[in-house]
Design a protein. Sequence first.
Length: 87
Amino acid sequence: VPTGLTVRNNITVTHNSGREINANVSINGNKVIIDFTQPVSPESQLEIDLNDVIRTGVSNAWLYRVSTKFVGNNIHIPIGIAQLRVY
């Protein structure tokens, strides 16, 4: 989580079909960890809603590094950058 934001454990994950994805979500320091209870199909688009975000400072846009980790593997694999806007 970038400096200037506080994220609470109120996060929902939705598939591009509109159905909510079951996931265990936790906050660990400056990291939001989403552990999917079922495999996510390749080419899926997910919307991750961070609800109850507290913003300090004047910016309303931050860049987030996104990485993944496979079950049984302890290596974090970078998959991109996401822009986070708070309204």
